[in-house]
Write a protein that binds this ligand. Structure first.
Ligand code: ATP
Ligand code: MG
Length: 355
């Protein structure tokens, strides 16, 4: 029996609602499967905490989290707290301190999901988004404010080492999962410094992987191909900004935010990785009990996979698929009338049927 310690940060808005269901599923699973156990510790950090204490998490928050095997994260975002604070004082420090430089987002159309695409081919690929550098840097500034020549400069930081490590991770994943192709998102025809370094480095890494093809597309074309022939992708590797846009597009193709999971991975495993639905706190539906918990339950499945239990992860995903296929217990975003906890309960039921 392996015992895991998981830190849970439910956060704001629908974060706590969907996280509760993910934990419900994990607890049911650990009762049925004797190979593992999980000890959860809850951290009530987020916007409420900020309004009370003037900070998003405890001063020694990172020190506290460090000891855990993984982190399950809800969402942050609240109208009363500026994004600069909610994001930059909670999620960003965790990602940076714990060197979670890979953001993994499966784009997989589960059976039972209606895609907005007419083409009904299977969609199943993995996007690896660079999570630590790139376009989302705070280097730059505003000049000549309120003058006719007013301008802003925003720098992109692409390092050879940064590209190398994510490209390697993408190729290793491809190799491990018997994939034949990695697709790189670029724009080196117009962004001639940083994206050229991206291309060169990805090419070099590809040279070490015989039998796995590298294809590179300009981001604009790639976005179109996502819509025109999503079935042709296996593994996609992209910079921070490109990956952000591509994964939202990908999510829209396979059922939307309510069913889209993610992992922020520290491949060296010297720090905990963090798993979260890609949606935010969705203030418009917070407190109504109708948020779709599938994205967060699937994120918990990714966490189990990361911890070394692909079979348990697959069991959860298969239960989610059964619920989607039956189409009876679904939240309103998928056209149903059920509540968050009814969906969680039904997924647990399906899981029990597998044991
Ligand atoms: P944040 O500022 O935290 O990012 P947001 O207003 O951008 O919050 P998101 O959570 O990113 O909201 O999602 C955008 C919209 O998608 C929400 O307003 C909500 O209607 C819908 N949505 C997101 N997640 C879910 C979910 N799990 N179930 C149902 N609908 C959802
Ligand atoms: Mg948002």
């Amino acid at each position: 029996m392996v015992a895991y310690k998981i830190a849970v940060i439910p956060g704001d808005g629908i974060g706590p609602d969907v996280t509760k269901e993910a934990i419900k599923v994990l607890e049911a699973l650990q009762k049925m499967d004797e190979t593992f156990s999980i000890d959860f510790k809850f951290f009530e950090w987020g916007s409420e905490y900020y309004l009370e204490h003037g900070k998003m998490m405890a001063d020694d928050g990172l020190e506290q989290l460090r000891k855990f095997d993984a982190i399950l994260f809800g969402a942050v975002g609240d109208a009363r707290v500026p994004d600069e604070i909610s994001i930059w004082q909670l999620i960003m420090p965790i990602r940076k301190q714990f060197q979670q430089y890979i953001n993994m987002r499966p784009i997989k159309k589960l059976t039972g999901i209606d895609s907005p695409l007419k083409n009904d081919s299977p969609i199943d690929f993995m996007v690896f988004r660079e999570n630590a550098e790139g376009e989302y840097s705070n280097i730059g500034g505003r000049l000549y404010q309120e003058q006719p020549q007013e301008m802003a400069i925003q720098n992109t930081v692409i390092t050879k080492q940064g590209v190398e490590r994510i490209a390697k991770y993408a190729f290793e994943y491809a190799k491990k999962n018997n994939k034949t192709k990695v697709t790189s998102a670029t724009k080196s025809n117009a962004i001639i410094h940083s994206m050229k370094l991206w291309d060169e480095t990805v090419n070099e890494v590809a040279g070490d992987y015989e039998g796995i093809e590298l294809e590179s597309y300009f981001i604009d074309a790639l976005a179109a191909y996502f819509v025109m022939r999503p079935e042709s992708f296996e593994v996609v590797v992209a910079s921070n900004l490109f990956g952000d846009i591509l994964t939202d597009l990908g999510a829209a193709l396979v059922g939307g935010l309510g069913v889209s999971p993610s992992g922020n991975i520290n491949p060296e495993r010297n720090f905990p990785s963090m798993f979260e639905a890609i949606h935010g706190s969705a203030p418009d539906i917070a407190g109504k009990g109708i948020a779709n918990p599938i994205a967060q339950i699937w994120s918990a499945a990714l966490m189990l996979e990361h911890l070394g239990h692909p079979d348990l992860s697959a069991a959860i995903v298969s239960s989610i698929e059964t619920v989607l296929q039956e189409g009876e217990i679904l939240t309103p975003d998928l056209g149903g009338k059920s509540t968050t906890s009814q969906v969680g309960d039904t997924i647990v039921e399906k899981l029990k049927q597998q044991y």
